[in-house]
Design a protein around this ligand. Sequence first.
Ligand SMILES: C[S@@+](CC[C@H](N)C(=O)[O-])C[C@H]1O[C@@H](n2cnc3c(N)ncnc32)[C@H](O)[C@@H]1O
Length: 330
Amino acid sequence: MKAQSITNSSKDSIVNQTSELSLDIIESEEEIFSVQEVPNRGNGLVAVRAIGRGEVVLTESPLFSLTPSPSNSSVLSALSQCSRDEQRQFFALSNEYKGHLLPALGIFESNALYYHTIDKREQGDGVQELAGLFLLASRFNSSCTPNVSRCWDPSQQLMIFRTLQNVQEGEELCFNYCDVLGTKEQRREDVMQERNFLCRCEACELEGDESAESDRRRSTIARLFEEVGGCGKEPTLGMRKIKIALRLLNEERLVHYETSFHYDAFQFCILVSDFENAKSWIRRAWEVSCWTSGPDSDAARMFKMFWANPRAHELAGTLPDAVLCGPEPY
Ligand SMILES: C[S@@+](CC[C@H](N)C(=O)[O-])C[C@H]1O[C@@H](n2cnc3c(N)ncnc32)[C@H](O)[C@@H]1O
């Protein structure tokens, strides 16, 4: 298969001129990834150079968006507004529902990405869920150890993809289609239900002791995630659970839940007026939220505000003073 290289400098034009550019090779000095065949997963996006954590690898606007669970005729109707080249690219995408759904709908359901947007027409500015079809982002495969996050930027009407960790040249770029916690069996069940295929990512392909260890770590993180929420009156215990969860997340190379644990650790410190450690935790929450949701996200903005002024948090000084602990050094 011909490799299709995508570049940093040209990615905005991809967004605006998908039909003209198609997915053909784009000449530029700074390539980020190419579409390549990958074992067990069809085509995927593979880094053609080392990529630093938090780098934007792709921004893309949807070819079209529909309300979730559309009919085949709504997909065809949206496609009729697209150029011939866009239609050709759409029908070249993968389809996990062959023989079960009509082709256009099968392709849409195999590739659509869900996001929330504010519908200003609704009273009280209702939040609306949409399913968007993104021609290039449809080539991202799923991994239960994702190295890419995706978030919808409503102001620019773009889906933004960023790296969650440093990526080596030759590594595949993947985000997670379903929640990454839970056992291999649970995750595979979720992916099967949501997308109708057997997940064959690195984590789901583990066997024997390695698979059991990974299951144990992920289930423990999920349990700790619930338990930490109930430790509001016992900050020392809560902090101990957070430390274990962060160690396990690190062992599983998972980034997504880190922000939440860092923010909980910040709140435990705030409760007992340990402002020095609180600042270290909220700084970490801010850093990680920049990779997972972007520096302009509501979460990142809030963390930055509390980093500047931790005393502004409503829980400050609620419990007797104590000194807890800060995050582990990188
Ligand atoms: C959105 S497309 C991703 C790109 C696709 N591989 C291609 O060749 O165009 C989703 C499809 O990719 C394959 N896929 C994605 N992630 C996978 C995974 N973790 N394990 C196995 N197949 C995967 C499945 O066939 C799935 O229906």
